[in-house]
Design a binder for this molecule. Sequence first.
Ligand SMILES: Cc1ncc(COP(=O)(O)O)c(C=O)c1O
Length: 403
Amino acid sequence: MDKFIKWEKNRIPNSEKIDCANILSLEEVEKAKKFHESFPEYSKTPLVKLDNLANEIGLGGIYLKDESFRFGLNAFKVLGGSFSMAKYLAKKLGKDISELDYKELIKKETKEKIGNMTFYTATDGNHGRGVAWTANKLEQKSVVYMPKGSSEIRLQAIKNEGAIASITDMNYDDAVRLAAEDAKNNNGLIVQDTAWEGYEEIPTWIMQGYGTMALEAIEQLKSYGIEEPTHVFVQAGVGSLAGGVQGVLVNAYKNIPKTVIVESNLADCLYKSAVAADGEPRIVGGDMQTIMAGLACGEPNIISWEILKTYSDTFVSSPDWVAANGMRILGNPLGHDTRVVSGESGAVTTGLLYEIMTNEDYKELKNELKLDKNSKVLLFSTEGDTDPKKYREIVWMGGKYEF
Ligand SMILES: Cc1ncc(COP(=O)(O)O)c(C=O)c1O
């Protein structure tokens, strides 16, 4: 396994790029945010300001969105599943989502019009938990498939939301195909957090749902006096999150911040697509046994890829130790910085930022990105300790994840 961080500056020719961020228009994303706000469990997740860390590594500011507080589910993912399911039901009811909120959706009359439904999905954990949670809230059923090697604790968390859930012997992308096939054969609805040819509506809504997190961050940055961050680091599995965030940034800011897309080096399909530089997405296969379970996806969301290849600045392929370091850095803050419990997929961007700023080997990347004491960097810790046992193993017994 490669122990070095690799990166690729976006050099896809402009002729391959199209204006494609309009699906993340602020108007649509505001609707998602309004819908999320209608859940009794809703509260804005904190945007933590890590002043001492920023000072230590030579940056002007680090602002980190802590998604461990999202709806009591320990990860951002529910934002996508819930909004897409609501959009689907709104369409079925012949309404616009702005006319429906959570209360309206669970009214007896509404439920009678909708009838009984089963939602299918595949997941490393977080998306499936969000779909199961939403199905449960809507008094509907869910079936969830997980890839080989998935965490038993994450499986149990999904079952606790009432889903029929199991760990398959397939990798993530094959589990997605299984869920889609099963939904088709059983008259269910596949709610998958990635798009492929012919399956684009629901993933688009999922990306809009993730926009809630970006909109909150933009508002919270303003409350800290930051009108525009200079850099945004976003982690990617299939890239739906990154595409959702990137699209909102394009629509919200006059000067689009430099965006860095970060993947596991065992599932770096977007990085490989960037290296190929012909505008076409690339696929990575195999078991993808990275500690960053949420990022272990080898086939890009084709809608997101269009957005990322058009607007993102740099694509990074990261080894596991970077994520492990990020978990330790956030869990053991400097001075009065707030402690953040950040899981494997949540912490990789912090680990990467630290490495770029402090390791001479990555000086070129630091210079290319123009990261210095004037930089105001936005990060997303997309999950908390979604597998608490593994979290402790990595943070306490770190040696296991070093080279
Ligand atoms: C915690 C966490 N962060 C990031 C991601 C990446 O999201 P995407 O697959 O949309 O790129 C995931 C995906 O499951 C996740 O669970």
